[in-house]
Design a protein around this ligand. Structure first.
Ligand code: BGC
Length: 756
């Protein structure tokens, strides 16, 4: 009864805020002041404790160690619990049984969908479709909140230039500007206005996690501050400017100090400079890992993390084990603990959990909102926009729905190995395989012959490492190959579904070789030797190296990992019901030795002119491979073609606070309607720091009917011309700028203007 009264009073005071239209921040402050005045030190530290809930079983929740901690007020949040049947009782333990009834946060890696799985983020970025990305995030939040989740560890906005790093799959490609646009879209989609279908976003991993040396996960990071600001920080900042409620720090060191304890990063940059006022959680076990980094014992790293600005400890349990003692000994102050506790409580307040702790525990919604036809359609449409057509000789694609089509490869008939690396709540039994999708699409008009053809790798141990817990059938090499060749000979056209398994990218999935794995390459070469029309669908979570393929295969489409609906989305494009529109957001190298390779690099003092096809002594190049990538940033074909006119500029000069407009005529010169992503690049020719040869500063997706022309106009604003100088001040330095517009970063029209 007393509990009910307490809840009622809290609810009334909250509802009252809305009724009287008082400023929410003031109400939040007094509400939390009041609550904190009642909290013991132990309860405050309890709020900073985030623990995993993955192994709780339905029915046994109330007797679990987690429920005990929640009851004792020693738990602030839980992660990775799937299902309301577990989340609701845990919330009840916190709300009904603990002394103050403070609700829990329930976090999860809702990265590219929930049960309806969208393509991996890298793939989504290749759509350049911010609206669709935002809607996808909205759907993910809607599904996740229907299952009790109120906090998503997304967006991941780490720029990565090294495709060996498996987590490149989780980011938005190599470009700072596009990354910023996507980061903001994701926050809007996930978080909205903290409605009941929204989660709190958590921007990660702050910072620079994508710059792990040698592409090896969790490895050292080291870079200049001007590079951080100019190239790596945009995504985090854009997400924070869009109002992200929480930030996750990264595992790596920044300037030699683990990010988890880096005051400059967490306090000077994040809090002071960017005015971030949400709460900061560590990555999984990162406080404890600081001991392995060699920066102190358990108590020291605990103190360092709190003092640097960490608010919540993800799964180290070191805040709960050591903070009280550190306080007693005077190593941290009550103010440090209060500050962190307040921020966590504020998050709960913003999510409306004090008003209704069961806001996200609606059993009716739980039954109704998962994997709905609308959600599936959105995921399917999104997937069709992410595929990048890299080559299409003789217009081999789209295929006609006729004759015999041999579908070959270890990715053609698997459900859960192609969905994507962060599908933590997927239901593979509901999804179709590509083979099933192809059969459905041809609907008896063509015959689909199928053979797995080969293993992923010849070496079973390497294959097992890349499958993680999503096993795939191993086949007898000779038998499988014979069967594949047999059906290929019989067929009119061969479609190969080859590449990586989803678990070969993502966390702790670095690769030191980026070519098609041996077993698959051998089969592919045998199939090519048959001299039949052959389409390669390359599954990957990163840019892979396809030099041989590009020289021997007429049609190549990169399909990444397309989520739960890829089985229908791939046929949509392969058979031409939709045209491909995706464009690369990562550079594809032709040799591993070129890595890191990215379009927006700085000029060197000894450049080699673009297009040079031989080695130039004493210039910046290789003896054995030319500098150009296989496929540049922004690249991708369609089933139609586009022509670009010259750039028309509204003037040749602009003032530092002025603006210009740049217009270009784009014509669909092919036979199909389609969407073209028109890209605008800028180059600051002379500045106090060396500036990139080209930087994306704008893009527009335009729809053009066959034969149609449209004028595409960009505003050139001072913001596009700014950069962070040596002192990390954002400046616009007068001088000459090149302005480029084109279908990708390589083929651009160029003009220039002066800023006075
Ligand atoms: C990953 C994070 C993730 C967290 C919780 C960590 O290992 O680095 O991206 O959010 O686990 O699952």
């Amino acid at each position: 009864m007393q509990e009910e009264m307490k809840r009622l009073l809290l609810t009334i005071s909250f509802t009252g805020c809305w009724l009287f239209g008082l400023a929410q921040s003031q109400d939040m402050k007094s509400f939390i002041d009041n609550l904190m005045s009642k909290m013991t030190t132990e309860e405050k530290i309890g709020q900073l404790n985030l623990l995993p809930g993955g192994d709780i079983t339905t029915g046994a929740v109330m007797n679990s160690p987690l429920a005990k901690l929640a009851t004792e007020g020693r738990l602030g949040a839980v992660l990775n619990v799937v299902g309301l049947d577990k989340i609701r009782p845990l919330q009840e333990a916190a709300v009904k049984r603990s002394r103050l009834g403070i609700p829990l946060l329930f976090g999860q890696d809702v990265i590219h969908g929930y049960q309806t799985v969208f393509p991996i983020p890298l793939a989504q970025s290749c759509s350049w479709n911010l609206k669709a990305i935002e809607e996808g995030a909205q759907i993910a939040a809607k599904e996740a909140t229907s299952q009790g989740i109120n906090w998503a560890y997304s967006p991941m906005v780490d720029i990565a230039l090294d495709p060996r790093w498996g987590r490149i799959a989780e980011g938005n490609g190599e470009d700072p500007y596009l990354n910023g646009c996507i980061a903001a879209a994701m926050v809007r989609g996930l978080q909205g206005n903290y409605g009941r279908e929204n989660v709190m976003a958590c921007v990660k991993h702050f910072a620079l996690y994508g710059a792990s040396e040698a592409g090896r996960d969790y490895n050292t990071v080291d870079m200049s501050r001007q590079r951080m600001f100019n190239q790596y920080f945009s995504g985090y900042k854009a997400a924070i400017d869009a109002g992200a409620g929480s930030v996750m720090s990264s595992f790596n060191v920044v300037d030699g100090v683990p990010a988890t304890a880096n005051r400059w990063l967490l306090n000077d940059v994040l809090r002071k400079r960017w005015q971030f006022d949400g709460f900061l959680v560590t990555d999984y076990g990162a406080i404890r890992e600081m001991m392995a980094h060699g920066v102190g014992d358990a108590q020291t790293v605990t103190i360092k993390a709190l003092q640097a600005g960490t608010d919540m400890d993800m799964c180290s349990s070191l805040f709960s084990e050591h903070l009280a003692e550190a306080l007693k000994q005077g190593h941290v102050t009550m103010a440090d603990i209060d500050r962190a506790c307040r921020r966590v409580l504020e998050a709960k307040y913003k999510l409306g959990l004090f008003a209704n702790p069961y806001r996200f525990c609606d059993t009716k919604r739980a039954k109704r909102e998962l994997y709905t036809p609308e959600h599936r359609l959105a995921a399917r449409n999104m997937a069709t926009e992410t595929f990048v057509l890299l080559k299409n000789e003789g217009e081999l694609l789209p295929l006609a729905k006729q004759g015999k089509i041999a579908l070959i490869g270890p990715l053609a008939d698997t459900r859960n190995n192609v969905v994507g690396c962060w599908s933590t709540a997927d239901a593979p039994e509901k999804y179709a395989t590509l083979k099933e999708g192809m059969q459905r699409a041809v609907n008896g008009k063509a015959e689909i012959l199928y053979a797995q053809g080969c293993n992923i790798y010849d070496d079973a141990d390497i294959q097992a490492a890349g499958t993680f817990n999503r096993a795939i059938t191993r086949v007898d090499k000779q038998q499988a190959c014979d069967e594949a060749l047999r059906i290929a000979r019989e067929a009119d056209v061969i479609v190969c579904a080859m590449g990586e398994l989803a678990e070969m990218s993502g966390e702790c999935a670095s690769r030191a070789n980026l070519c098609l794995p041996d077993a698959q390459m051998e089969l592919l070469q045998a199939l090519v030797a048959l001299n039949k029309p052959l389409v390669l669908l390359n599954f990957s979570g990163r840019p892979t190296i396809m030099k041989w393929e590009s020289e021997h295969i007429p049609a190549i489409m990169n399909v990444w990992f397309g989520g739960s609906e890829l089985a229908d989305a791939i046929p949509d494009v392969v058979f031409g019901d939709k045209v491909p529109t995706g464009k690369l957001t990562v550079t594809m190298p032709k040799a591993l030795g070129q890595v890191p390779i990215y379009y927006n690099h700085l000029p060197t003092g000894r450049p080699v002119a673009e297009g040079t096809n031989h080695f130039v002594k004493y210039s910046s190049n290789y003896i054995d491979v030319r500098n150009e990538p296989l496929y540049p940033f922004g690249y991708g074909f369609s089933y139609t073609t586009y022509a670009y006119g010259d750039i028309m500029l509204s003037g040749k000069e602009m003032t530092k606070d002025g603006r210009l407009t740049a217009t270009v005529m784009v014509t669909n010169t092919g036979k199909r309607e389609g969407d073209e992503v028109v890209q605008l690049y800028i180059h600051d020719k002379v500045a106090s720091l060396s500036r990139p040869v080209k930087e994306l500063k704008g893009f527009q997706r335009v729809h053009l009917a066959a034969g149609e022309s449209k004028k595409v106009t960009f505003d050139i604003t001072p913001d596009m011309l700014k950069f962070y100088d040596y002192n990390l001040e954002e400046v616009l330095e007068p001088g000459e700028f090149d302005l480029m517009i084109g279908p990708n970063s390589r083929e651009v029209k160029t003009t220039s203007f002066i800023v006075k």
